[in-house]
Design a protein around this ligand. Structure first.
Ligand code: ZN
Length: 318
């Protein structure tokens, strides 16, 4: 999973405002519990890789916790979700690009490309903003024991504002896991081209997430409480893993696999954490009820309309 996420947070919180940038008060993640002798400065930077994944708990105690990710999703053991999460994607402002992050263990794009609203089991609507997305190969989650060729994680973090208090948000992160399976008949994704092209660096503005999310309507998903899948393994993730894989062409899959092959960081040619124990957690099953990507009402527009209505009302009263 979720590479360099913690390193990113202070940067985003303290980033200077530009004309296109909105500063949000992201809900802070719980501090990781570090093993004796391991400084916070060391986590994520040195000492871990995928060859020593079985020993991450020696570096960060949390990685040995009871609610770790990824897991094998046993579909016959899942129960129906009591409340369907209302997942609404809001399209990215065309003026805001994606920044390719310099991460050693994956390819990652950062940018507030969308927001989602998720209704939790109590019926409360929790709002999250997209922070970044990144890639694993092969997949981290398995479904009935089956690995897929690729898994993208779309990471969203809850915010605190006038409408939402962080204390009411149980899981500060919601991550969508989307599977891809090699297919000889698949056509290349336009969205992947700037991302997978090794010559492309810096900001990219042509990455259209609708390439993926428009295909996720009425999709079966599995939902459980888990963790980051890289250090510090914080157990604060609301996981939503979609069952149906999307096809990926042989050429585009190879492009990402070559990224692993080229790096001395990947002696075992993969960047997926081994499967973790379920430890009695429930896996909930549901169907995404949105018809593809839908628009969340624009809060600013709604506010403007409210003001306009109020002015109109005052005029009428007078
Ligand atoms: Zn991930």
């Amino acid at each position: 999973m979720i590479f360099g996420f913690f390193a990113l947070i202070p940067t985003l919180i303290t980033a200077e405002t530009t004309t296109n940038e909105v500063i949000r008060d992201y809900c802070s993640l719980p501090d990781a519990v570090y093993a004796d002798g391991v400084s916070a400065a060391d986590f994520g930077a040195t000492g871990w890789n995928y060859a020593n994944a079985a020993n991450w708990a020696d570096l960060v105690v949390t990685c040995g916790g009871s609610f770790q990710s990824p897991i094998d999703i046993v579909t016959t053991g899942s129960t129906q979700e009591p409340v369907q999460p209302q997942i609404h994607y809001r399209s990215k402002d065309a003026s805001v690009g994606y920044e390719e992050a310099n991460k050693p263990y994956t390819k990652e794009y950062e940018g507030e490309y969308s927001e989602i609203e998720v209704t939790d089991a109590s019926g409360s609507v929790i709002r999250y903003y997209a922070k970044q997305f990144h890639i694993h190969t092969p997949s981290e989650h398995t479904i009935d024991g089956k690995y897929y060729d690729l898994e993208i994680h779309f990471v969203h973090q809850a915010i605190q504002d006038d409408e939402q208090d962080c204390n009411t948000v149980k899981n500060k992160l919601t991550v969508f896991g989307l599977m891809f399976q090699e297919s000889s008949s698949a056509t290349d994704y336009e969205a992947f081209k700037p991302w997978f092209d090794s010559n492309a660096t810096g900001e990219v503005d042509s990455f259209d997430l609708n390439d993926f999310f428009s295909k996720m309507s009425d999709a079966t998903y599995y939902h459980y409480n888990g963790s980051l899948t890289t250090l510090p393994c914080s157990q604060t993730v609301n996981w939503v893993v979609f069952q149906q894989p999307l096809p990926i062409s042989t050429a585009q899959l190879k492009q990402f696999q070559d990224f692993l092959s080229d790096s001395t960081l990947f002696p075992i040619k993969h960047n997926n954490r081994p499967i973790q124990h379920l430890n009695g957690r429930k896996i909930l099953k549901g169907t995404a009820i949105t018809a593809g990507v839908t628009e969340i009402p624009n809060l600013e527009a709604s506010f403007a309309q409210t003001v306009a209505m109020a002015i109109l009302l005052v005029i009428l009263i007078q």
